[in-house]
Design a binder for this molecule. Structure first.
Ligand code: AP5
Length: 221
């Protein structure tokens, strides 16, 4: 059995960090809508130009844009994937369900990571990434060997534009209003698993593995 999963949770809770670890460990595709959109913004593609201001303000890109983007990505995927940052609205969740059904697939887990707001703010304000290779860091929890410089290529690390305190507050507000209802949506479908994300990256990873094993989606390590 392989994983057809979505990751849920507020901004900065650790979705991307855990998705990368799970995808590498079990050889799954990891699709992050945030990464796809940021790449489009950096390359100034037509999509990037359309979404840049919305992302900068902490708002959500329209369901129409996101659903048609994801349709193309998911169509081309081999078996097994983790969707990170999608779906983010009820409209996106129902679109995804219908689309997967049409291609003979279906989700088998919705993994929500839960962390208190004050810790989320610490994680987001301390997050840095390498503009060359994309590797992510945290100045305290996951620092590079040399202060401010990427371990892979020596590039100077930068902060995401939407990781400023006022934008973080708006992203949290938008999460509660538009995305939090998905917790019940997946609970009602028997797919929800909630993991306490307050421990270290490795501790959270262990909890995620336990859930995947309990659901019979991966073999016991
Ligand atoms: P997106 O990139 O998806 O942002 P997000 O959901 O706000 O999530 P983040 O990437 O900020 O956080 P994360 O949970 O992945 O945390 P991470 O692992 O990096 O989306 C950005 C924007 O794109 C949106 O605001 C919207 O405009 C648009 N968008 C994207 N998808 C969309 C959609 N479907 N519909 C509409 N619009 C969409 O961890 C954070 C930091 O904490 C890192 O520094 C990490 O090292 C550290 N850390 C992680 N885990 C731990 C731990 N356990 N202990 C200590 N530190 C930790």
């Amino acid at each position: 059995m392989t994983i057809y999963g979505v990751l849920l949770g507020p901004p900065g809770v650790g979705k991307g960090t855990q998705a990368k670890m799970i995808a590498e460990r079990f050889d799954l595709a990891h699709i992050s809508t945030g990464d796809i959109l940021r790449d489009a913004v950096n390359k100034r593609t037509p999509l990037g130009l359309k979404v840049a201001d919305i992302m900068k303000s902490g708002g959500l890109v329209s369901d129409e844009i996101i659903n048609s983007l994801m349709e193309e990505y998911i169509k081309g995927l081999p078996d097994g994937f983790l969707l990170d940052g999608y779906p983010r609205t009820l409209g996106q969740a129902t679109f995804l369900d219908n689309f997967l059904k049409d291609i003979g697939k279906g989700l088998n887990i919705a993994l929500a990571i839960d962390v208190q707001d004050d810790e989320i703010i610490r994680r987001l304000t301390g997050r840095r990434y390498c503009p060359k290779c994309g590797r992510g860091y945290h100045i305290i929890y996951d620092p590079p060997k040399e202060d401010g410089v990427c371990d892979n290529d020596g590039e100077k690390l930068v902060q995401r534009e939407d990781d400023k305190p006022e934008t973080i507050r708006e992203r949290l507000r938008v999460y509660r209003e538009r995305t939090a209802p998905l917790i019940d949506y997946y609970k009602n479908r028997g797919l929800l698993e909630v993991v306490d994300g307050s421990g270290s990256i490795e501790e959270v990873h262990r909890l995620v593995l336990q859930v995947l094993e309990r659901r019979g989606l991966v073999d016991k390590a």
